[in-house]
Design a protein around this ligand. Structure first.
Ligand SMILES: [Zn+2]
Length: 267
């Protein structure tokens, strides 16, 4: 038994080193520069404490990942805007293709780019709440009501009302956060397909991350703004490709409020 102790200690040390090496390596965990307004929580990598499909099962009708019905519909969603570089390009493509999408905006960026935020509204897209400053919130916190309210106020200054959907920054949500958002009047909008576009992927790579996984009811996650040096140009170009491909396959594009009508409004 005594001989086993140093052996186990040695194993534990090796394990810790492996974990540290993994965490330190941008290669292994994916690297993504921060947004122009520094985001409190760091990169938009996967920080989910609980899988969103488990959350969806725990909170049906409250945590929304994908539509499960007979219609061949799909929703495009764009996070972290508005900015003055990529968001207008995304809007140009959507306008050209006649497609409406859902944008999860940051209040801080609405304040920085009010005219772009207004354009999103004017062109008929749906606007959801992605907090004011993109903190990493995971669990219920006094910060959440402040963040949601501050974002809502930034929208309200431009005459924008949010659509009642909250997308947690980093997709990180524990049950306590979901319940807090619900108590504040929000449904929690996750996604079923992650383009991973924040990694600065090429048009073809973004397309590949989406194309093979789309099914009726899918909610696709992309970003309409990134950080300094973050290249979303591949993602922007892929928007048109995705629309063309899915339209050709008979899909119809809807916004999240169209995909998930609020229970009060349903017949
Ligand atoms: Zn985000």
């Amino acid at each position: 038994m005594r001989k086993a102790v140093p052996y186990i200690t040695g194993l534990a040390v090796v394990l810790v080193l492996v974990v540290l090496a993994y965490r330190a390596s941008p290669e292994l965990r994916g690297s993504g520069p921060l947004d122009p307004t520094p985001l409190k929580g760091g990169n938009e990598k996967d920080n989910r404490a609980i899988g969103e499909s488990d959350l969806e099962k725990l909170y049906p009708g409250l945590v929304l990942r994908a539509y499960k019905g007979p219609e061949k519909i799909v929703a495009l969603t764009f996070d972290d805007g508005p900015d003055e570089v990529y968001t207008p390009q995304v809007l140009d493509i959507l306008r050209e293709k006649g497609v409406r999408a859902t944008f999860f905006l940051l209040g801080s960026r609405i304040d920085e780019n009010p005219e772009v935020a207004k354009r999103i509204l004017d062109e008929g897209h749906s606007i959801g709440n992605h907090t004011y400053s993109h903190p990493k919130l995971v669990a219920a916190s006094p910060e959440l009501p402040q963040e949601l309210e501050k974002c809502r106020e930034a929208m309200a200054r431009l005459g924008i009302g949010d659509n009642g959907f909250f997308r947690p920054p980093y997709g990180a949500a524990e049950p306590s956060l979901v319940e807090q958002a619900r108590d504040l009047g929000y449904r929690v909008a996750m996604w079923s397909i992650d383009s991973l576009d924040w990694r600065g992927l090429s048009r073809a790579e973004v397309m590949r991350n989406i194309k093979g996984y789309v099914e009726p009811g899918s909610v696709i996650l992309q970003h309409s703004a990134g950080g300094p040096g973050e290249d979303l140009s591949g993602s922007v170009l892929a928007v048109g490709d995705i629309i063309d491909l899915l339209t050709g396959q008979g899909y119809r594009f809807v916004t999240l409020p169209e995909m998930f009508p609020s229970p009060e409004k349903s017949p």
